[in-house]
Design a binder for this molecule. Structure first.
Ligand code: AMP
Length: 209
């Protein structure tokens, strides 16, 4: 199964993506995670990306496209993959199309997780990540176990200001790629409001349809 997962920042994509890849045995390709790893490693790519990321802006297309093009050719992608956070612009969607047809493969689903903006700000500002496991918690909705509370990190781009910029980037640059896939009958819209289990069940139902 090859799929793209689209949704505003803080819609619960990361959490649902982790469940999906475990259930279906496919590779999880998160461009946000790849960029954060590059920032931590202090590579040239990381240094360039960080400027955009901390402002909540998108990293330039050519940087991301090259990174994903290489990643989808790795052996763990042979059984399928879930692209999380990519494509985020029309040029990225077109570049992905070209890369996939070059490889002779096609997408099965474009999953769109829908959450109203008002809920997003509330969700994002309470979000915390465990750097050791990559697990994502929410101070209110998914409280972390007390024994790991000290090591949790608050992402630099999870502040209210950066969150607004990311939402704006989503509506202006990412949402317009949905019609691109709708024209091919690949889009499955899922209501992202509800408990993690409720949303996971809706996702499975949408993929089975
Ligand atoms: P995410 O973890 O998916 O929310 O990504 C965090 C940040 O990484 C975004 O706000 C962007 O600055 C950058 N980023 C991740 N994926 C992409 C992409 N496909 N295109 C451009 N920038 C990206």
């Amino acid at each position: 199964m090859r799929m793209i997962f689209i949704g505003p920042p803080g819609a619960g994509k990361g959490t649902q993506a982790a469940r999906l890849v475990a259930r279906h045995g496919i590779a999880h390709i998160s461009t946000g995670d790849m960029l954060r790893a590059a920032v931590r490693a202090g590579t040239d790519l990381g240094r360039e990306a960080q400027r955009y990321m901390s402002a909540g802006e998108l990293v330039p297309d050519e940087v991301i496209i090259g990174m994903v093009r290489e990643r989808i050719q790795e052996p763990d992608c042979a059984r399928g993959f879930l692209l999380d956070g990519f494509p985020r612009t029309l040029p990225q969607a077109e570049a992905l199309d070209a890369a996939l047809s070059e490889a002779g493969i096609a997408l099965d689903h474009v999953l769109v997780l829908e959450v109203p903006d008002e809920l997003i700000v509330q969700r994002i500002t309470g979000r915390r990540m465990d750097p050791e496991t990559g697990e994502i918690y929410h101070l209110e909705f998914k409280p972390p176990p007390p024994e790991i509370a000290d090591r949790l990190v608050h992402r630099k781009d999870d502040t209210e200001e950066a969150c607004r910029a990311r939402l704006e980037a989503y509506h202006r640059q990412t949402a317009p790629i949905i019609p691109f896939y709708e024209a091919r009958g690949l889009v499955r819209r899922v209501d992202g409001v509800g408990s993690l289990d409720e949303v996971a069940a809706r996702i499975e139902a949408a993929l089975g349809a």
